[in-house]
Design a binder for this molecule. Structure first.
Ligand code: RBF
Length: 162
């Protein structure tokens, strides 16, 4: 796991035993998304989590819709979203990245299922590579896996209806 001043630390003793987690990932920039996927799977395995589904969608713009469908299924405790949006010559960068972020936040607030934002929104390929298994092992997919588990445990503790 990477460390750095600008990154969250993981609570001591965090474990994912018994949690059911699904991944929703975009096919745009697939080579880099695959690196995020590897990181996310590693993060989940390290915490003993069962990955129960791995859903792909065309692009990051579609991620919130799929995340909502998965979160509504009653079969998951958390969802991890993975995508890569690279700034180009058009305004699509802002549209795709902002709508993906807004949508993911809406889904977790609306469904009560934590949805981790493992999307890279970057200027270029170099930045994307650095944040998906770059120097020091920085992998935003792995970080998103830890966030998903932490938030699922938090939700379990405070939102339980038992
Ligand atoms: N999807 C991504 O996940 N990452 C991108 O960098 C990305 N760039 C796009 C640039 C343009 C000009 C367009 C039209 C789409 C882009 N998409 C990207 C796809 C988008 O998320 C979505 O799949 C499509 O717009 C279809 O709804």
């Amino acid at each position: 796991m990477a460390s750095g001043d600008d990154r969250a630390t993981t609570p001591d003793g965090l474990n994912g035993d018994g949690l059911r987690v699904a991944i929703v990932r975009a096919r745009w920039n697939a080579e880099i998304v695959d690196r995020l996927l590897e990181g996310a799977k590693r993060g989940l395995a390290d915490l003993g989590v069962d990955l129960i589904d791995d859903v792909t969608v065309p692009g990051s713009f579609e991620i919130p819709f799929a995340a909502q469908a998965v979160a509504c299924s009653d079969h998951v405790d958390a969802v991890i979203c993975l995508g890569v949006v690279i700034r180009g010559e058009t305004t699509h960068y802002e549209i795709v990245s902002e709508e993906a972020a807004r949508g993911v936040q809406q889904v977790q607030l609306k469904t009560g299922i934590p949805v981790a934002f493992g999307l890279l929104t970057v200027e270029n390929q170099e930045q994307a590579l650095a944040r998906s298994e770059g120097p020091g092992g920085h992998n935003v997919g792995e970080e998103a896996a830890l966030v998903a588990v932490e938030m699922a445990r938090l939700s379990e503790r405070w939102c339980s209806t038992d």
